[in-house]
Ligand binder design. Structure first.
Ligand code: LMR
Length: 396
């Protein structure tokens, strides 16, 4: 039976991790997968996570099943972090949340949930979007189409074209939006643009699905949730997929959440029963370790403050790297304008070079980035920025 299979290509993002690890070049640079790195190129465990993890080890009394929802306390605290404590949707008891195995788990739960809402639903994703979005929705049997988003030539948002495409989307379909730190472009909607998208969502009646994998990496925890909070306050139905991989640095613990918003408390309960059924059919119950860490942090004002400080440190370093790279390219004599990198948000930007130049950087200089020229800004540091800028100057 297995003889009928044909090999799949390596994942465009995760495949880079293996290649980078195997490269023995002394100056190799990893701008591939979206993980935070410090100046030494190390992905640290946050101090607040260490404390919360120790607390869990000291106090945990059983490993018995929790159930498909995961920890109720985690779900509530993460829901408040995303929607804001005083969000009218939360106050009206219209939100239901399940813990999931990472943000990808949340998206897969959302995909199967949508398949049950409407097997023929089209999921509209931005062009471009995270490389895994399309495969993930198609794996759930849904069709995926794109709406215009990033203008590669002008390094701006194709906002009018985006609105015009979304104004053709009907009430049976789903539109995926990135809450902040758009992956892969780093190009976010402004608050005014969010307001317009929300108006259009109400007008067209499609279901918004917001992917929030980087809350706190753009402008701040509250600022980055503007679209999520406004959308939740104004629409009848919505799906939110959150991840704790980046902002809590809990990558391998696989913890995230899928929240659904019903028109009222009763319809939220019905939708929730479907969500739980979906969870049971995919992985039965989510892992508990990461959730326990996050709920300990968010449940303690002291640890929460420490987390916010550590998150700010990560955000500031990434923003600093953006400016540092732009300046260094100028210093190395590059005349092409890369100033857009300093203006974009979050972990990623496109360098805007050709796939051949990307391949050359990898082959000749051991600099790793996604074929699309998406770079993970966190991989830049004072120790490698000269080499990086010189190498980019050479391939240009
Ligand atoms: C990325 O885009 O690099 C991250 O979200 C990691 C992943 O799973 O692709």
């Amino acid at each position: 039976m297995f003889e009928t299979l044909t090999p799949m290509p390596a994942d465009p993002i995760l495949g880079l991790m293996t290649k980078y690890r195997e490269d023995t070049h002394a100056n190799k640079v990893d701008l591939g997968v979206g993980v935070y790195k410090d100046e030494q190129g190390h992905t640290p465990i946050l101090h607040c996570v260490k404390i919360a993890e120790q607390h869990r080890i000291d106090t945990e009394e059983t490993k018995v099943y929790i159930g498909p929802t995961g920890s109720a306390s985690f779900n509530q605290l993460l829901g408040e972090l995303a929607f804001g404590q005083d969000n009218p949707a939360l106050l009206a008891d219209r939100v239901r949340t399940v813990s999931t195995p990472g943000g990808t788990g949340a998206l897969r739960v959302a995909a199967d949930f949508i398949k049950r809402l409407n097997p023929n639903a089209v999921v509209w994703v931005s062009d471009p979007t995270w490389a895994n979005h399309t495969g993930l929705f198609e794996a759930a049997g849904l069709s995926v189409k794109t709406y215009p988003y990033y203008d590669h030539d002008n390094k701006t948002l194709k906002f009018e074209e985006m609105l015009s495409a979304l104004s053709q989307v009907g009430k049976d379909d789903v539109v995926l939006l990135h809450a902040c730190c758009h992956n892969p472009s780093g190009m976010d909607l402004t608050t005014q643009q969010w307001d317009k998208v929300i108006e259009l969502t109400k007008q067209q009646g499609f279901t918004p699905l917001i992917d929030m994998a980087y809350q706190g990496f753009g402008d701040g925890v509250d600022e980055d949730a503007y679209g999520v909070r406004q959308m939740a306050a104004q629409v009848d139905n919505m799906i939110l997929c959150s991840s704790c991989s980046k902002n809590f640095g809990l990558y391998r613990e696989r913890i995230g959440a899928c929240s659904i918003l019903g028109r009222d408390s009763q319809s939220a309960n019905v939708a929730f029963s479907v969500l739980l059924y979906v969870v049971r059919c995919i992985y039965s119950m989510p892992p508990a370790h990461g959730a326990a860490i996050v709920e300990t942090i968010l449940g303690s004002s002291e640890l929460k403050q420490q987390w916010l400080d550590e998150l700010k440190e990560m955000r500031d370093r990434i923003n600093g790297n953006r400016v540092m790279l732009v300046n260094k390219l100028i210093e190395k004599g590059v005349t092409r304008d890369f100033s857009f990198i300093a203006e974009q948000k979050g972990m990623f930007s496109f360098l805007g070079i050709t796939p051949q130049q990307v391949a050359q950087l990898q082959h000749d200089h051991s600099i790793y980035m996604v074929d699309s020229s998406r770079i993970s800004i966190a991989g830049i540091g004072e120790g490698n920025v000269d080499y990086l800028a010189e190498s980019i100057a050479k391939v240009l």
